[in-house]
Design a protein around this ligand. Structure first.
Ligand code: SAM
Length: 306
């Protein structure tokens, strides 16, 4: 098992497979990638990185972007990862615009579960946040993903003061009705205009307090010690509160890969990336690639710490 210098096990890998996106969300952190690049990994290169990770004890993979479903070879990528026997869980985070079309193919390829970003049920607000009017397609995608048997389907809602903060309980009802889990995510200031952050950032403490009062059960997840609240109407609501949260960082079990093939020890930093794609393209052997992986794990450090 991989353990970083702060005693945190590294159990999962989050791989960005493209910077391209079919939405233009004003708050997007772009998975912490601050340099624009068109360089992308091939399905075989992604598979190779996951094989190295699996050999070192990682069993869970999440695919992200940009928008991962924009890649025409997304099904092949999932198939290749799912052929690695040590990998127990493959998930993907998507804006859902193309999900209705892809859900079935992805599940057949080995995808287990999916997170779908949907910040609002109001088409006008959706347009304001994303620059596009695809909310109907996204809702269809969510329904299709549930029907297809992807499980769980999580709905990611970034809570934005003055835009969607009055919609939280409607979103909770929506998730109960659609058999999805709602993740309420705190807006973080990464690759985001400062003014937007100041205007729309909102702490999630008061909503969490309300959930605590109403919950019939509270579960603490291992990853980030995130709390999940089970409500009497069947809704499940997970809270993701990363900003200035030392507990969140102390329980981070994740290593990342940028879309251009660099191991990324922390979402919030770019000064400790470890390029694994270039050595791979120069035919580095497995031992060398494992060393690079271990080097990246050894560079891990909680961003917020006591
Ligand atoms: N396009 C895909 C999607 O929409 O899920 C994958 C990439 S997106 C960057 C991954 C997740 O990060 C989404 O759920 C998105 O809402 C969330 N996110 C993006 N920027 C954020 C920010 N500044 N603060 C908190 N969450 C953010």
């Amino acid at each position: 098992m991989l353990i970083d210098p702060y005693g945190r096990p590294v159990n999962d890998i989050r791989i960005s497979i493209t910077q391209k996106c079919n939405l233009n969300c004003f708050y997007c952190h772009r998975e912490g990638e601050n340099e624009k690049t068109a360089k992308e990994m091939t399905p075989d290169e992604i598979k190779k990185i996951v094989e190295i990770a699996a050999k070192l004890g990682i069993k869970r993979v999440k695919i992200t972007g940009g928008e991962p479903l924009i890649r025409k070879d997304i099904t092949e990528i999932i198939e290749k990862i799912s052929s690695i026997k040590e990998i127990r869980d493959i998930s993907l985070t998507t804006n859902g615009v193309l999900l209705a079309e892809y859900a079935e193919k992805l599940r057949k390829a080995g995808l287990k579960r999916v997170n779908v970003s949907l910040d609002t049920l109001d088409p006008q607000k959706y347009q304001k946040i994303t620059g596009h009017n695809y909310s109907k397609q996204v809702i269809e995608g969510i329904i299709k993903a549930v029907e297809t048997g992807l499980n769980p389907v999580k709905v990611n809602m970034v809570v934005l003061k003055g835009i969607n903060d009055t919609e939280i309980w409607d979103m909770i009802d929506f998730s109960a009705k659609t058999n999805t889990i709602l993740q309420l995510i705190e807006f973080i200031p990464l690759n985001t205009p400062n003014l937007s952050f100041q205007e729309h950032h909102m702490k999630l403490d008061s909503i969490e307090e309300e959930l605590r009062k109403r919950a019939i059960k509270v579960i603490t997840r291992k990853l980030h010690a995130r709390k999940k609240y089970l409500l009497p109407n069947g809704a499940e609501v997970e809270i993701v509160k990363p900003f200035h949260n030392t507990v969140f960082c102390a329980n981070c079990t994740r290593i990342r890969v940028t879309s251009d093939g660099k191991l990324k020890p922390c979402l919030m930093r770019n000064d400790n990336l470890v390029d694994i794609l270039t050595p791979m393209r120069n035919n580095a052997n497995n031992k060398k690639l494992e060393e690079l992986f271990i080097k990246a794990v050894n560079l891990r450090e909680p961003f917020y710490k006591k």
